[in-house]
Write a protein that binds this ligand. Structure first.
Ligand code: PGA
Length: 254
């Protein structure tokens, strides 16, 4: 049985303000800032990265950004490069979050460029994939996950996969209070892991961590994370409450 260290991310999305972000960061560090059995990452909005980075720096909580642009520098108004994120203390970045795919309109190709630019700059990446409700109802869950995985990881090497985590986030479960059943989530994770065997090899597939995301909360985290192919969670709403987020990290530590 491969020994995959659980990983839990807190995606704060476009929430908090300067004071609330600092309070949230302090609350998380107080509760789980010495937890070593789980990789824990917080993803604040861009303007608060430096402040939150300063607050988590002496803890085991890592800093991540919610997005980036793949070019190194230049005339790209409004965008932020991987090097800038590194410069602000980030060690992680999200690529392909469903809100970027479905609200902002990012393509698989753009997501792949962002992912490769992140890896080249030395960032760890969480690649988010997942089907919409209509796709699930028309039994396309596996097809969509496989396609998003294949496109998102195009031209990524086996070695680079050591710095990639996959987050399976069914779009219909994000922010809705609806959660995939542990069985459904496990089934999707298992297909994702088999796809990693096809795309890379069984060693990469066994060692890659696959998180579940979509209304994960203290009441359902333990059961989801206890599934054999679920290696943690990517948390939105519940990551804004230090108590809830810490309970989820605690569930992953067991
Ligand atoms: P949620 O968001 O926990 O609020 O459903 C998860 C995510 O978008 O990563």
């Amino acid at each position: 049985m491969p020994n995959r260290k659980p990983i839990v991310g807190g995606n704060w999305k476009m929430n908090t303000n300067r004071a609330a972000a600092a309070a949230l960061a302090k609350g998380v560090v107080e509760r789980i800032g010495t937890q070593k059995n789980v990789d824990t990452v917080v993803f604040p909005p861009f303007p608060y990265l430096l402040k939150v980075g300063g607050l988590v720096t002496k803890s085991t909580v890592a800093l991540g950004a919610q997005d980036l642009y793949h070019e190194a520098d230049g005339a790209f108004t409004g965008e932020v490069s991987a090097a800038m994120l590194r410069d602000c203390g980030c060690t992680w970045v999200l690529c392909g979050h469903s809100e970027r795919r479905h609200v902002i309109g990012e393509s698989d190709d753009l997501i792949n460029r962002k992912l490769r630019a992140s890896l080249a700059a030395g960032l760890n990446v969480i690649l988010c994939i997942g089907e919409t409700q209509a796709q699930r109802e028309s039994r396309q869950t596996d097809t969509i996950n496989i396609a998003q995985l294949r496109a998102g990881l195009e031209s990524v090497t086996n070695d680079e996969m050591a710095n990639v985590v996959i987050a399976y986030e069914p779009v219909w479960a994000i922010g809705t209070g609806l959660t995939a059943t542990p069985n459904d989530a496990q089934a999707a994770h298992s297909v994702i892991r088999s796809t990693l065997v096809d795309l890379f090899d069984s060693e990469v597939a066994d060692s890659t961590r696959i998180q579940y995301g979509g209304s994960m909360k203290p009441s359902n985290a333990a059961e989801l994370i206890s599934q054999p192919d679920i290696d943690g969670g990517l948390i939105g709403g519940a990551s804004l409450k230090p108590d809830d987020f810490s309970l989820i990290v605690g569930a992953a530590a067991v």
